[in-house]
Design a binder for this molecule. Structure first.
Ligand SMILES: *Cc1c(COP(=O)(O)O)cnc(C)c1O
Length: 362
């Protein structure tokens, strides 16, 4: 079967086994004579699929009982609004620790529409000209309602491997692109939000993991579909959920459990990203602009030292059936997204390709 290597940042590659299983069931789910996308979300069959997915996520992430798991729509950006609307009183304020494009977007959504947000710029350049995270900037302001971080900056290729100590101030994290790529101590967070389309399932599904005491404080005008209390009391079926993405996410959670869980994925992700970064660091043809300790394991950002070769690089990659390597429009350069579903072979293929391209253009 023909499959390209897809290094796109999202929607992104999914485990082939999962796609094939879904394909087999697509027109006739469990002998019912109809497909999952044709089925009522309130049917007993779909409810079973949905809540089994939820239970599996709780198991593989070891989510404590005092956290709710909510299946929503509206994407990461929907949650950029939902977070202040659910948590921030009109006269309150929140700290935003900005490390790149997505935390900045979340900051703007809060500051421009919903209330006071304090911007903390937390990325700086070192003497080698590399970007790094300055964790000493992540200090909560006395009286803040919450502190906000993005654990993996998908666009910038920067990942937080440390967490700020926010004391009693709940830490809210966007993990859209690194969820399930390594074990996370959920109890360190007030809420974790992520869109499914990077590491889990197709787009159109957003999952929020929220500590129960933070539910029930939404502003009166918070749309019901974003109100964590409403979603929680309707078990995420207040309105029609994205049934297809929810169903596929359950299959991916099962795939993760069967392969050995999140810690096995962490081992693989370290191996994959080291392979790529070691190669880049060992040549002066390519460059990674991020300090090694803060490099994302899943979104590897790099440039060609001779930028005039960018187009040739992308064209030759496409001819080799390697797609999605073009960097985000705000940064330029290249980006290889190597999420959980990208096998080691896919990274080996990329490194081989980069090496050949280098040889031919030296
Ligand atoms: C992709 C992404 C988003 C935006 O998600 P949408 O579903 O397009 O709103 C937000 N945060 C991070 C970290 C992302 O990677």
């Amino acid at each position: 079967m023909f499959r390209a290597w897809n290094y796109g940042a999202g929607p992104s590659t999914m485990p082939l086994e999962v796609l094939e299983e879904a394909q087999r069931e697509f027109t006739n789910f469990q002998g019912l004579g109809l497909g999952i996308v044709e089925m009522s979300h309130r049917s007993a069959e779909f409810e079973k699929v949905a809540y089994e997915a939820e239970a599996l996520l709780r198991e593989i992430m070891q989510i404590p009982d005092n956290y709710e798991i909510l299946f929503e729509q509206g994407g990461g950006r929907g949650q950029f609004a939902a977070i202040p609307l659910n948590l921030l009183p009109e006269d309150g304020f929140a700290d935003y620790f900005v490390t790149g494009h997505w935390s900045r977007s979340a900051y703007k959504e809060c500051a421009e529409r919903y209330g006071k947000a304090i911007l903390h710029e937390c990325v700086e350049k070192n003497a080698q000209g590399e970007y790094f995270i300055d964790y000493s900037k992540m200090k909560v302001t006395e009286g803040a309602t919450f502190a906000y971080v993005c654990l993996n900056e998908t666009v910038n290729g920067i990942e937080m491997f440390n967490l700020p100590d926010t004391g009693n101030v709940p830490l809210i994290a966007d993990m859209s692109s690194n969820i399930l790529t390594r074990p996370i101590d959920v109890s360190r967070f007030g809420a974790i939000i992520f869109g499914a389309q990077k590491n889990v399932a197709p787009s159109g599904l957003t999952i929020s993991i929220v500590r129960k005491d933070l539910i029930g404080h939404a502003r009166k005008y918070c749309p019901s579909v974003l109100d964590w209390q409403v979603l929680s009391s309707y078990k995420s079926m207040y309105n029609t959920p994205n049934t297809f993405s929810w169903y596929l996410s359950g299959k991916v959670f099962k795939w993760i459990k069967d392969l050995g869980g999140v810690s096995e994925l962490e081992r693989r992700n370290i191996q994959k990203s080291n392979l790529l970064y070691d190669y880049i660091d060992g040549t002066d043809f390519y460059n990674c602009p991020i300090a090694r300790a803060d490099r994302s394991r899943v979104n590897c950002v790099f440039t060609l030292k001779d930028e005039s070769l960018n187009q040739a690089f992308l064209e030759r990659a496409k001819n080799a059936h390697m797609i999605g390597l073009k960097g985000h429009k705000v940064l330029g350069g290249m980006r290889a997204s190597i999420y959980n579903a990208m096998p080691l072979r896919g990274v080996e293929a990329l490194v081989d390709f980069m090496r050949l391209f280098e040889i031919d253009h030296k």
